[in-house]
Write a protein of this length. Structure first.
Length: 255
């Protein structure tokens, strides 16, 4: 029996309080089967305009959460089709859309397709009223996008998303070490890529002095080395000389 017909039978034959669980069971069955066409048919039918809105949203949220169990090639095909359909009902499936985009992002990063990863993640509606993001979540998404653009040397694009993330940094807990470091490291790399070497040197140096038990000492040394390199590359004015000498002395003491 066609997937669409199974869905129609569930909606017509089951009581409203049973429809959601029956559709979830069907979703599980299709995910286990791992057939692209059937998974796509399920999603498109569930998003049909004649499906009750609340049921449609609930079923899609469940479906996209179990999509992580699909093989990569099926996940990409199904996820891409879902995103395309969701564009026709802007704002209605924001939660499901965000989950799919995160799944696709993780896949593209794993195969080092960083431009595709950045583009798919940038489609998330961070200001959605139906899917509230915390400041930490917003910064995490924006920094992930910036990091991907930096991987392919697209500094101007990385700067756009780094600047967007800066809007939320005042709302981030100063004790959230991971977010604070990732943000500052991205800013430093943007300065570096834009050939603002003195600004980059100062930021790298600041990061190299960060003390936390979760940070590997070798990583701090690498940051310090980047600080020295940027200071050398920068135009050596009097102030810059002081920065350079300070950095070199730090490297000398650590060797």
């Amino acid at each position: 029996m066609a997937v669409e017909r199974k869905i129609d039978q569930i909606i017509s034959a089951c009581a409203p309080n049973e429809q959601s669980s029956r559709l979830d069971a069907l979703a599980d069955e299709l995910i286990t089967g791992q057939v692209t066409s059937q998974c796509v048919s399920f999603a498109l039918r569930i998003m049909g305009s004649d499906i009750p809105q609340q049921l449609s949203r609930q079923s899609m949220n469940y479906f996209v959460n179990v999509m992580k169990n699909l093989p990569s090639e099926v996940l990409v095909d199904v996820g891409t089709k879902c995103i395309e359909e969701m564009r026709t009902r802007l704002g209605f499936y924001d939660e499901a859309d965000a989950i799919i985009r995160q799944l696709l992002f993780d896949y593209y990063v794993s195969v080092e397709e960083h431009r595709e990863a950045a583009q798919v993640l940038s489609g998330i509606n961070l200001d959605s009223s139906g899917n509230t993001f915390t400041p930490e979540q917003k910064v995490d998404v924006l920094i992930k996008i910036a990091e991907c653009f930096l991987m392919i040397k697209e500094t101007s694009e990385a700067e756009i998303f780094t600047n967007k993330s800066s809007v939320y940094m005042n709302e981030i807990d100063p004790n959230n070490v991971e977010i604070q470091l990732r943000y500052r490291a991205t800013v430093a790399q943007v300065f570096d890529g834009n050939r603002k070497f003195i600004e980059a040197a100062l930021m790298y140096y600041e990061l190299s002095q960060f003390q936390n038990s979760n940070i590997v000492p070798e990583d701090l040394l690498q940051l310090l080395a980047k600080a020295v390199t940027c200071a050398i590359l920068g135009t050596v004015f009097a102030f810059d000389c002081v920065v350079l000498l300070n950095l070199v002395s730090q490297c000398w003491m650590l060797t």
